[in-house]
Design a protein around this ligand. Structure first.
Ligand SMILES: [Mn+2]
Length: 334
């Protein structure tokens, strides 16, 4: 076989499904690609189950990695079902993640002989680095350190060690520029896959054309969001919230949290087609509750879904249930 057709076969045989909305998911996909080659499929939470279900049609697939997509009460059983049928086709599966996860589901996956790498104390990319470092080059440490920064996990044992290798300011600006290029290109899948390729090729963010210029534009947009948040944010006893109209909810939510002085901030935006809200939630340093664990069952009970970390999580809520969600969430925070 020629080199090109060998590569193409390998692409068909090995696949990494990873989270497309932040630097941890993109970087995890990049390190899997550097270590194993293969193809990448990037997903967001609303689209992840459809993407996984489609994999069943790929008859050549032998190896599957699933990175940085947390499970919720809403989708965890379907997730096990899909992986059960993939395992029947003898596909080797590795699931790598750091979101809060039902122990029963971990047991079910392990029973299927899915390799589960799951630690809520390190970001996904750091776990990918740690598991496969013998197959990765030195630059992978930098990619993992940047992912840890963007997931607020650069103070964890392995994440901190990786960050120490590099100049802190150099890593911070690289991680931040990378993040702005990811959040600003959510509708451009080709660009996100290009980022995966460049990172796996050991490029620094500043070596990828126009990344700093693009980040500058994004920063200017954020500055204008500050003004909008000040104008339209509303407060309840235990949280502040705001409907976002023309930017992303995740871009506004930290300002809602910070400018309100509350311990919990909520920002939500209508998804264009479906009559549902995409909801972003953040907790302050002094917030002692695990917000992801509260939001997961609450969103499910309202016909949506949700979950995530203690101080950063998200949900999808039907439009007509949003007021109910805010009231119930506020009540659960007292
Ligand atoms: Mn992550």
């Amino acid at each position: 076989m020629s080199e090109i057709s060998t590569q193409k076969t390998k692409r068909d045989r090995l696949l990494c499904v990873s989270h497309k909305e932040d630097a941890d998911g993109i970087s995890a996909a990049a390190l899997i690609r550097q270590a194993f080659g293969g193809d990448t499929v990037l997903v967001d939470y609303p689209g992840m189950m459809d993407a996984l279900a489609k994999i069943k049609d790929n008859e050549k697939l032998k190896t599957l990695f699933i990175c940085d997509v947390g499970l919720s009460q809403k989708n965890q059983d379907e997730f096990v079902e899909i992986l059960t049928s993939l395992r029947k086709n003898k596909i080797a599966i590795t699931y790598i993640d750091h979101h809060d996860m039902d122990n029963k589901i971990i047991k079910k996956l392990e029973k299927l002989k899915v390799k589960v790498i799951h630690d809520i104390n390190e970001c996904t990319t750091v776990q990918v680095y740690d598991a496969f470092k013998s197959k990765l080059n030195d630059h992978a440490q930098f990619v993992a350190a940047c992912a840890a920064i963007t997931d607020y996990m650069e103070d964890r044992p392995i994440g901190a060690k990786l960050l120490q290798i590099f100049d802190r300011q150099f890593a911070l600006i690289s991680a931040t520029v990378l993040t702005f290029n990811i959040t600003g290109h959510q509708k451009d899948s080709d660009y996100l896959l290009y980022l995966v390729e460049e990172l796996s090729d050991s490029k620094y963010p500043h070596e990828i054309p126009n990344t700093f210029e693009f980040a500058q534009l994004q920063v200017a947009k954020l500055a204008s969001i500050i003004l909008q948040v000040k104008k339209s944010m509303k407060k309840m006893k235990n949280l502040a919230y705001m409907e976002v109209l023309d930017s992303g909810a995740s871009g506004a939510v930290n300002f809602v949290l910070g400018l309100s002085g509350k311990d919990v901030g909520v920002a939500y935006k209508e998804r264009t087609e479906q009559g549902i809200y995409a909801v972003s939630i953040r907790g302050s340093r002094s917030c002692k509750l695990h917000l992801g664990k509260i939001v997961n069952p609450l969103a499910t009970s309202l016909g949506g879904s949700g979950g995530g970390h203690d101080k950063a999580c998200g949900a999808v809520i039907p439009k007509d249930k949003m007021t109910k969600f805010l009231k119930a969430f506020n009540a659960k925070l007292s």
